[in-house]
Write a protein that binds this ligand. Structure first.
Ligand code: DX5
Ligand code: ZN
Length: 222
């Protein structure tokens, strides 16, 4: 168990990228009933990452299927142009990529001014040190453990080193530290011990026959 975490066991945030897009509402309802803590929504623009998903109109329609916090991960360039639309559509947490923000501090302030929690994500090859200048302006750090764009990729082991450094930097501040990509019961315990307080998982949940068991297995680890 991670003693620094704001909560006892890691929060589980299923990524609906691995859900059935033709039945998203029902899948969202089912994953909520299966014990998810947050709903992780992967927004991709085909420019920042080589894939496309969905935007605010889809999010807004999905809102009625779950009252869990929507953890919206923006893998898009110029995120400032869309922050209000995502907030209006029902995003509770809005995470931008450090690599996509010229004025990260301003972007985080805008997210908070909209009444949402502000997150910053780092690609696997991005150093964490600039975050020390915005620690008072963010609520979540999302460490990518795969190159963003697709579900079902292999976990990059160097994530552990970055995660430990980020946990040290954050200390006891009320900042969630989330890990996204290739998370499974095989690495979930080690991740929470290294400082993760939120675990995002797509294929390790949606590709399993029993979602309740899959979420319990992620929380407990192997
Ligand atoms: C990747 C996304 C992840 C993805 C994780 O670009 O940010 O949220 O859905 O999927 P898995 O858990 O299958 O690696
Ligand atoms: Zn994500």
């Amino acid at each position: 168990m991670n003693v620094h975490s704001p909560h006892q066991s890691p929060l589980i945030a299923p990524s609906i990228l691995s859900a059935d897009f033709a039945r998203l509402g029902e899948e969202l309802k089912a994953i909520t009933a299966a014990g998810a803590d947050w709903i992780h929504v992967d927004v991709m623009d085909g420019v920042f990452v080589p894939n496309l998903t969905f935007g605010p109109p889809v999010l807004q329609k999905l809102r009625q299927y779950s009252s869990l916090p929507f953890d919206v991960h923006l893998m898009i360039t110029e995120p400032d142009r869309h922050l209000k639309a995502f907030r209006d559509a029902g995003a509770d947490w809005i995470t931008v990529h450090a690599e996509a923000c010229t004025h990260l501090h301003r972007t985080l302030q805008t997210i908070r001014a909209l009444g949402a929690k502000a997150g910053v994500s780092l690609n696997p090859a991005t150093d964490e040190s600039p975050l020390k200048y915005v620690l008072d302006d963010l609520d979540l750090i999302l460490i990518m453990s795969v190159n963003p764009g697709f579900g079902g990729q292999s976990f990059i082991p160097a994530t552990f080193e970055k995660l430990r450094r980020v946990r040290e930097m954050v200390g006891n501040r009320a900042i969630e530290i989330s890990v996204d990509g290739g998370v499974s019961p095989k690495n979930s315990k080690q991740l929470s011990q290294a400082g993760a307080s939120v675990l995002v998982a797509g294929s390790a949940i949606f590709n399993q026959p029993d979602w309740v068991k899959a979420i319990v297995a992620l929380r407990a680890g192997e």
